[in-house]
Design a protein around this ligand. Structure first.
Ligand SMILES: [Zn+2]
Length: 85
């Protein structure tokens, strides 16, 4: 039996991006308590991100941020700027 709602995986990513609402976080946590498969998946995701974060400051290519910015769609970049300024 493996019928996890697709949006639960989506919620995991929102959570890790820290773009989750309290309501969604509650929904995600409730599901993780009941679902071993999603719990494992979420754990793996967190481990991967922790690994990336722990290695990024060691290598930190100077043009990394620029590359990421270049890959963002223009609209999104603008919207992001408006939010900050
Ligand atoms: Zn699940």
């Amino acid at each position: 039996m493996n019928t996890c709602p697709e949006h639960i995986v989506h919620l995991m990513h929102e959570y890790l991006d820290e773009e989750i609402s309290q309501e969604q976080e509650k929904e995600l946590k409730t599901h993780l308590q009941q679902c071993e498969a999603c719990k494992t998946h979420f754990h793996e995701l967190k481990k991967t991100i922790a690994l990336v974060q722990s290695t990024s400051h060691i290598q930190a290519p100077s043009d990394f941020t620029a590359n990421v910015m270049n890959r963002l769609p223009k609209e999104k970049k603008k919207a992001g700027m408006n939010r900050w300024f």
